[in-house]
Design a protein around this ligand. Structure first.
Ligand code: ASP
Length: 324
C-alpha cells in the first residue's frame, strides 16, 4: 500500500453549521479523517492539521508556503493530498503546480457541502483524491484536482458554480480522468506543463476586469501603487474600450507589463482586431497576450516569474515562451 500524507488547510470540507452563526470552521474534521475506516483500505494515511481557514483568507504567500511544505514533506511519502476551500482552490493548486519540484502525485480536493449537510461530498472526494494520489499513472502529471469523481489539471480547472457538487470543470477541455468505483481511469494526457522554480514570489501584480464603459482609473491606481504588472481580463479575443488606451500606453512606457487575458470563458486572446483598443492594437503597443490562460492564474504566474527573475524584460520573455 502507498503512503499518503493529507495536508488540511480548511474550507467547507472542514466546516459545520453551528447555531445561527452559519457555516464556520470546525476542529472535528481532522478527528474524523484519522478515524475514517474507508481510507485505511486505500492507503496508509497520515493527516497533517496544517491550517483551518476559509479559502478566501488564503493569500499568494500562504499558497507559496504550502508548496514549500509539500515539496519537503513529500520526500517521505508516495503522494500528497491537500484539502482546501473551494473558493480559491484553483489558484492555490495552480501556484503549487508552477513552483513544486516533485514529480510525485499532489492532489487537491474539497467539498461543496459542509459537515451537517445531507449528501456530503467531502468524504467521497477525499477517498477519490487518495486513490488518485496512490495511482502510478498520476506521477508526473503536475498538480491534480479531484472533485465529484473527476480528475482535473490545476492549470485548467475552475469553480464554475457557487453551490453544486459538480462545480469544478475544465472549461473547453474536460477532465483528464475519472475516479470510477473499480479503478482510476485517465483518458487524456496533460500535453501542456510549465514550472517556475522560485524561492520567492513578488506579489506586486494586479488584476483588472474589463466592463463596458470603463475608464483607466484602476490602471492609474495600479501604477500609483507601484505594480510590476497589470493583468487585464479584456473582452472576447482581447479587446478593450479605447478610453483605456492612454493609460495602457503610460503603463507600458513606465516598464509595467500589461498582460491581456479574456473574461470570456474559453478560447485564446489573439492580435485580431486592429481598431483602437482591439487586441491587435494593444499587442502593437507592447501589451502581452496571454493565450487561453485565465486572469487569476496569469496573475499568480507573473508573481512567480517576478519572484524569480525580477526584471520585466526577462519576465516577458519567459512568460511568452510558455504560452500555447
Ligand atoms: N467559503 C468556502 C471556502 O472556500 C467554500 C468552500 O470551501 O467550499 O473556504
Amino acid at each position: 500500500m502507498n503512503n499518503i500524507l493529507i495536508i488540511l488547510t480548511g474550507g467547507t470540507i472542514a466546516m459545520k453549521a453551528s447555531g445561527n452563526t452559519g457555516v464556520v470552521p470546525s476542529p472535528e474534521f481532522a478527528v474524523f479523517l484519522r478515524q475514517f475506516p474507508q481510507l485505511s483500505s486505500v492507503a496508509h494515511v497520515d493527516v497533517m492539521d496544517y491550517l483551518n481557514v476559509p479559502s478566501p483568507y488564503i493569500s499568494p504567500q500562504m499558497m507559496f508556503d504550502l508548496a514549500k511544505l509539500i515539496d519537503l514533506k513529500i520526500i517521505d511519502y508516495d503522494g500528497v493530498v491537500v484539502t482546501h476551500g473551494t473558493d480559491t482552490l484553483e489558484e492555490t493548486a495552480y501556484l503549487c503546480d508552477l513552483v513544486l519540484t516533485t514529480r510525485k502525485p499532489v492532489v487537491f480536493t474539497a467539498a461543496m457541502r459542509s459537515g451537517n449537510d445531507i449528501g456530503l461530498d467531502g468524504p467521497r472526494n477525499i477517498i477519490g483524491a487518495v486513490r488518485v494520489a496512490s495511482h502510478h499513472d498520476s506521477m508526473d502529471k503536475g498538480v491534480l484536482v479531484v472533485m465529484n469523481d473527476e480528475i482535473h489539471t490545476a492549470r485548467d480547472v475552475v469553480k464554475s458554480d457557487t453551490g453544486k457538487v459538480d462545480a469544478f470543470i475544465s472549461m473547453g477541455y474536460g477532465p483528464i480522468g475519472n475516479v470510477d468505483p473499480d479503478m482510476v481511469v485517465y483518458h487524456r494526457s496533460t500535453l501542456y506543463r510549465e514550472s517556475v522554480w522560485t524561492d520567492q514570489l513578488d506579489t506586486r501584480v494586479d488584476l483588472i476586469k474589463a466592463v463596458a464603459g470603463m475608464n483607466g482609473k484602476y490602471i492609474r491606481c495600479s501604477m500609483e501603487s507601484a505594480a510590476l504588472a497589470i493583468v487585464i481580463e479584456a473582452f472576447g479575443r482581447g479587446n478593450l474600450p479605447k478610453s483605456l488606451v492612454p493609460d495602457i500606453e503610460a503603463a507600458i512606457a513606465a516598464n509595467i507589463l500589461v498582460v491581456i487575458a479574456s473574461r470570456t470563458y474559453t478560447g485564446r486572446v489573439l492580435p485580431e482586431y486592429g481598431y483602437e483598443g482591439g487586441g491587435k492594437h494593444l499587442h502593437g503597443l507592447g501589451a502581452i497576450l496571454a493565450g487561453d490562460m485565465k486572469g487569476v492564474k496569469v496573475r499568480l504566474k507573473l508573481m512567480a516569474l517576478f519572484g524569480k527573475y525580477h526584471d520585466a524584460d526577462v519576465v516577458r520573455r519567459f512568460f511568452l515562451q510558455s504560452l500555447n
